[in-house]
Ligand binder design. Structure first.
Ligand SMILES: *[C@@H]1O[C@H](CO)[C@@H](O)[C@H](O)[C@H]1NC(C)=O
Ligand SMILES: *[C@@H]1O[C@H](CO)[C@@H](O)[C@H](O)[C@H]1NC(C)=O
Ligand SMILES: *[C@@H]1O[C@H](CO)[C@@H](O)[C@H](O)[C@H]1NC(C)=O
Ligand SMILES: *[C@@H]1O[C@H](CO)[C@@H](O)[C@H](O)[C@H]1NC(C)=O
Ligand SMILES: *[C@@H]1O[C@H](CO)[C@@H](O)[C@H](O)[C@H]1NC(C)=O
Ligand SMILES: [Cu+2]
Length: 383
């Protein structure tokens, strides 16, 4: 499936290169070549996992490993099943207490609230990858065990829609998407402040409420946050603040998720500290995906209130996984950094023994336990 997709992409742009000798087709061609190269790295990763599971003894075997797929590769029926499971989580009573996350009204809000609580520890820190890997896995598990979802967490491969996220199957506004862009409303820049970083983000193509497909105001309300937007409202983001889901899809930011960007990220670093710094950089793919969504996605704390957050972070986990498995013996068990954003306030170095906090969602886990997707509690692979 994927192979033929990329082959089509490649032959199409090969044709366009022959008919138009413009710079834009040269850029397209570079992107297509990078897509192919990323695909090869992914195939290496898949081969490694298959081989390892055949030759080593884990609880994870070739028979019970599960597969996470790209949103656009899911059938319409499968996409609906996922969307309905998310709606279900948004209707289930929260586990968190009024003292813990006062504004939580659902299990979905438990996840959004824990993200707000943990944000200062799990971004620009040695906990970024391990926290978000387990966080996505807990969400996937809640969808399956509490809402009867039968498949696995899909991801949004931004390199497919880097030229215009509005055309992505994730955001095209069809009943099989994660909802549309926000309504186009004239607005100024958005100022955000988090981890001592202050940014002014230009308005993009939306700015209002999601208006088509799932998660429009009649089917979904955001309850928590904002936290990062300036001027600051001062309540910490955990109070009940019902409002519509805002998006502001941006091709300018999506440009930072283009295939050449992902390829150079995958090839740039041999150590996790370097890889994390590149991936979390303001001009990197993590911010690229969040800022391409815009609206709530700009809020480093409250962004998990957008149901598309989970597809974006599955893709982040996929990219980490592909990177890890290019040199698994060296890269799977590496740690770097500390347990606070930019080490502010200073905290001990993260090691494999460091405990990660998941608030009301689950017991603490050690970094070691979540370092591998096949050796530990996990048994999954990306297609
Ligand atoms: C391509 O880019 C180069 C420099 O980047 C420029 O000199 C040239 O005119 C461009 N060609 C076209 C067809 O746009
Ligand atoms: C946003 O930041 C810009 C530049 O730093 C500043 O000029 C502007 O007043 C800020 N806007 C708000 C609403 O705080
Ligand atoms: C960033 O914004 C915060 C909150 O408005 C403010 O307290 C801080 O002084 C700003 N920092 C810089 C470097 O401008
Ligand atoms: C995307 O980023 C590249 C590299 O920074 C730049 O050359 C290019 O002009 C950008 N494209 C768009 C459409 O912004
Ligand atoms: C923490 O990590 C830094 C950077 O790798 C290193 O220089 C430092 O010695 C480490 N500190 C401790 C207490 O291990
Ligand atoms: Cu996060």
């Amino acid at each position: 499936m994927l192979l033929s997709f990329y082959f089509t992409l490649f032959s199409f742009s090969f044709l366009s290169l022959c008919t138009a000798n413009s710079n834009s087709s040269q850029i397209e061609n570079a992107e297509d070549l990078a897509s192919q190269r990323v695909l090869i790295l992914q195939e290496n990763y898949q081969e490694y996992i298959k081989k390892t599971l055949q030759t080593r003894q884990y609880g994870c075997t070739p028979d019970n490993i599960v597969y996470r797929r790209e949103w656009g590769q899911l059938s319409k029926k499968d996409r609906r099943e996922y969307i309905d499971a998310v709606y279900c989580l948004q209707k289930k009573a929260p586990w968190s207490s009024k003292a813990d996350i006062p504004g939580a009204r659902s299990r979905f809000d438990d996840f959004a609230g824990v993200h707000i609580q943990e944000t200062p520890f799990v971004h620009f820190s040695g906990l970024f990858f391990p926290f978000h890997r387990y966080f996505v896995w807990l969400y996937e598990t809640a969808l399956r065990e509490e809402c009867g979802y039968s498949d696995y967490q899909p991801y949004w491969d931004w390199t497919i829609s880097w030229e215009d996220p509005r055309e992505s199957t994730v955001f095209d506004g069809s009943p099989y998407s994660m909802g549309s862009n926000g309504q186009a409303v004239p607005h100024g820049p958005t100022n955000i402040s988090a981890f001592g970083l202050n940014l002014t983000l230009a308005p993009a193509t939306g700015g209002g409420c999601v208006y088509m497909g799932p998660f429009t105001p009649d089917t979904y309300q955001v309850h928590l946050g904002p936290v990062a937007f300036q001027p600051y409202d001062g309540d910490g983001g955990l109070e009940y603040n019902p409002r519509c889901l805002v998006r502001d899809l941006s091709a300018v930011w999506a440009n930072n998720t283009r295939p050449t960007k992902v390829l150079s990220l995958l090839e740039a670093c041999d150590d996790i500290g370097c890889f994390d710094t590149e991936l979390e950089a303001i001009d990197g793919v993590h911010a690229g995906g969040h800022f391409a969504m815009g609206g709530l996605g700009l809020d480093a704390y409250a962004s998990a209130g957008d149901p598309a957050f989970w597809l974006h972070h599955a893709q982040i986990d996929r990219v980490w996984t592909i990177w890890q498995n290019q040199a698994p013996a060296q890269r799977t068990w590496q740690t770097a950094g500390t347990g606070t954003a930019f080490n502010e306030p200073p905290s001990p170095n993260v090691t494999l023994d460091t405990w990660i906090n998941f608030g009301v969602l689950a017991a603490k886990e050690q970094v070691r336990k979540v370092s591998s997707t096949i050796d530990g509690p996990f048994c999954y692979m990306y297609l």
